[in-house]
Design a protein around this ligand. Structure first.
Ligand code: FE2
Length: 333
């Protein structure tokens, strides 16, 4: 395979099943750093190789590309890979749109960590691909740790087979109370207007009906609505690798969906309505930390994740961290 990218090693990488995680690619150090146009051309010509590598390695970090200066340049890089654009509809985080396909990563307060999750696993059609771009790294912390979630599935199946069987057979439901307008003080403070891109109660009810969610209007000062999803799959089979994947936001919701309107331990339940076991959730979260990779962001980094096989999280930080994100769906999948 001839690539316009070279492989390099970084200290934080780990090895799973004889593959480094993440794969780290950069330009030929014997040549000058490519211009943005050259880089996007490399993405276009190497598209199928990059997607093939992503399938094998599950996460690719493109490092050293200071030619990507801002969200508009990042948009060009994402566009060059020619996947289907996907809006951020149904997600919980407060975000600012930069271009049609680029927005800020979760803007929740810097003191908060965001637990591991597959992006938008609480909606029926989650993105298959997820891009992050580091416009400005924090001065401390703020990593976006990543992990391979089939490893979580296998470990949990070994230790808690009944729990995994129940997840596989009944799925999970997510419960979230949304205010009308965004509440930037909360990691899950996205209001129902921006979550569903609507402006009236009738509109949001229609969107929830389409997704099969139920809802109750709280008639409070925030004009908030309590939503409960239908039972969604919590374990998925990756069609390309045949692996079973712990594809859900159980730990993220259980540990992280806390604010003035929500309580994490009541934010996720089995498909039959039973709450999740606190001990299992604690063990699962600790295991995820053990197998995760947390690299220090550098300006110009682009991280490409296969959202079907990897989870990500966010650590608290200091300084003016600016990480942008983009979602996509594989047109062939
Ligand atoms: Fe996320």
């Amino acid at each position: 395979m001839t690539l316009n990218f070279n492989t390099i090693a970084i200290a934080e990488q780990k090895v799973f099943n004889e593959h480094v995680f993440p794969l780290v690619l950069t330009y030929d150090c014997n040549k000058d750093m490519p211009s943005l146009d050259t880089l996007t051309n490399h993405f276009k010509t190497d598209r199928s190789s990059i997607l093939h590598l992503l399938q094998q390695y599950k996460a690719i970090l493109f490092r050293g590309y200071n030619c990507i200066k801002d969200g508009y340049d990042f948009d060009k890089v994402v566009t060059a890979l020619n996947l289907n654009e996907m809006p951020y509809i149904g997600g919980a985080a407060v975000r600012t749109q930069i271009t049609s396909k680029v927005f800020t990563a979760n803007e929740s307060p810097s003191t908060e960590s965001i637990p591991f999750h597959h992006e938008m696993s609480q909606v029926p059609q989650p993105p298959t691909h997820l891009f992050f771009y580091c416009e400005s790294p924090p001065t401390y912390g703020g990593q976006t740790p990543i992990l391979i979630s089939s490893i979580v599935y296998n470990a949990m199946l070994d230790k808690y087979p009944d729990f995994i069987t129940k997840l596989e057979t009944t799925g999970v439901k997510y419960v979230r109370t949304l205010p009308e307008y965004d509440d930037a003080s909360s990691a899950i403070g996205r209001g129902w207007r921006s979550t569903y891109n609507v402006s009236t109660r009738e509109d949001v009810e229609r969107e929830l009906d389409i997704m099969g969610s139920t809802y109750v209007w709280m008639n409070d000062a925030d004009n908030s609505v309590k939503t409960t999803t239908k039972a969604l799959p919590a374990i998925r089979k990756n069609e390309k690798s045949n692996e079973r994947v712990f594809f859900n936001s159980c730990v993220a919701a259980y540990k992280g969906w806390n604010d003035s309107r929500n309580r994490g331990h009541k934010a996720v339940m089995h498909g039959d309505g039973a709450y999740l076991d606190p001990e299992i959730m604690g063990e699962c979260a600790a295991f995820m930390d053990d197998i995760s990779v947390a690299f220090t962001w550098c300006t110009g980094d682009v991280l490409l994740l296969d959202n079907r096989t990897t989870m990500h999280s966010r650590r608290p930080f200091e300084g003016s961290r600016r990480i942008l994100a983009s979602l996509a769906r594989d047109p062939e999948n």
